[in-house]
Ligand binder design. Structure first.
Ligand SMILES: C=CC1=C(C)c2cc3[nH]c(cc4nc(cc5[nH]c(cc1n2)c(C)c5CCC(=O)O)C(CCC(=O)O)=C4C)c(C)c3C=C
Ligand SMILES: [Fe+2]
Ligand SMILES: [Fe+2]
Length: 349
């Protein structure tokens, strides 16, 4: 018998097709936040449980937070959120818009990379399809090198870092790990800024009125996270400086605001809705809203902005309200993703 007893060695990756790997084959993994599987309260509760139990998202001591989450938040919020998801659901595919757009981005990017035979898969940080399953699919398609692209233009530990964490957690299951390159955030990448500017010009050209103010609304973050070193707010400011320059607009014409506050702590300001109500109180009748922090339309853009903010503005005397769609599956979005990915592929191809 040889010195190493082969019976004691697991030869493959658990649950993956490691034997299909072709050395030197690179693939791409797009990761987005995640979304419920359905608009029923139970599905939303399942999703929120996983999301809001992530210690990158809620940094409070779990001994304090988990009883609040399970005793209060998960008792009240899922029903309200489920009703909101119903208003924006993609009924044709019976799925959330975030899932539809993330899948479309992956499929269109794969078509763009077809000449180089680079497979593209997509996964979610929370819910399905899981990040681990997407990595398994890339390995089954022969990859031993993965470019991992978290779909957030501005870095935050609550989004980018936890997406990367989840991918590396998935690798912990594997004997034969692929090599990974993570794509950095891209808050003022020229292709991203030009795509945003083009989306503004296109949408405004469809209107028969001109907005007095174009609000740029980003997802918020607790101020404490920024004080502890999260660079998110700096990256939002970089996006805004570049976008204002590209559109030749002033901070008054294109102000930065933050939406989606959650919980009782202080979040980044100014908050989007109070800002819009103040504008209405000052006689502003026509506004448009862009949401540059989101690569795909989702409940935060379609419902919180497209429905709730619109109603609040009109109720306060506003007359015209328009939203600029996220980059979604536009040609500009796919060209941007391709460029970000090709930059990280350098040296591998
Ligand atoms: C402490 C709570 C939260 C932090 C921090 C947070 C950061 C953060 N989130 C996004 C992007 C998205 N968030 C979305 C939904 C969402 N976010 C929170 C809470 C925090 N987010 C909640 C409770 C929810 C659910 C909304 C509901 O009505 O129940 C989404 C949309 C998902 C979808 O299904 O459409 C996105 C996208 C960013 C970019 C960010 C930090 C910068
Ligand atoms: Fe969020
Ligand atoms: Fe929200």
């Amino acid at each position: 018998m040889s010195f190493i007893d082969a019976r004691n060695i697991r030869t493959g990756n658990r649950g993956t097709a490691a034997e299909t790997v072709r050395p030197g084959t690179a693939g791409v993994l797009l990761v987005n936040l995640g979304t419920p599987d359905g608009t029923d309260t139970a599905s939303v509760r399942r999703y929120l449980t996983e999301f809001l139990s992530d210690r990158r998202v809620i940094e409070a001591n779990p001994l304090i937070w988990q009883p609040i989450l399970r005793g209060i938040v998960l008792v009240t919020r899922p029903r309200k959120s489920a009703a909101n998801y119903k208003r924006i659901w993609n009924t044709e595919r019976n799925e959330s818009p975030l899932r539809t757009y993330t899948r479309a981005q992956a499929e269109l990017l794969e078509a763009r990379l077809a000449g180089d035979a680079i497979p593209v898969e997509w996964g979610m940080r929370y819910g399905s399809p899981s990040t681990a399953s997407a990595i398994d699919r890339l390995i089954a398609r022969g990859c031993d090198r993965i470019v991992l692209l978290p779909l957030y233009p501005q870095y935050s530990a609550t989004t980018t870092a936890t997406a990367n964490d989840q991918a590396f957690r998935a690798l912990m299951r594997l004997r034969r790990q692929p090599a990974i390159r993570t794509v950095p955030s891209f808050p003022d990448d020229p292709d991203y800024i030009q795509a945003l500017a083009a989306s503004v010009r296109k949408r405004l050209s469809e209107l028969d009125w001109i907005p007095e103010v174009l609000i740029a609304s980003f997802h918020g973050l607790p101020v404490e996270y920024v004080q502890r070193g999260d660079p998110y707010v700096t990256e939002c400011a970089r996006t805004m400086n570049a976008l204002r320059e590209e559109l030749r607009m002033t901070p008054q014409e294109l102000p930065l605001t933050f939406q989606s506050r959650f919980g009782p702590t202080r979040w980044l300001g100014p908050y989007t809705e109070p800002k819009v109500l103040k504008l209405a109180a000052h006689g502003v009748k026509r506004i448009a809203v862009i949401t540059p922090g989101f690569m795909a339309d989702c409940i935060e853009t379609l419902d919180e902005i497209g429905n709730e903010l619109r109603e609040a503005f009109e109720h306060a005397g506003g007359e015209h309200f328009a939203t600029i769609p996220c980059l979604n599956d536009s040609a500009d979005a796919i060209a941007l993703l391709e460029r970000l990915v090709r930059r990280e592929l350098a040296g591998w191809r």
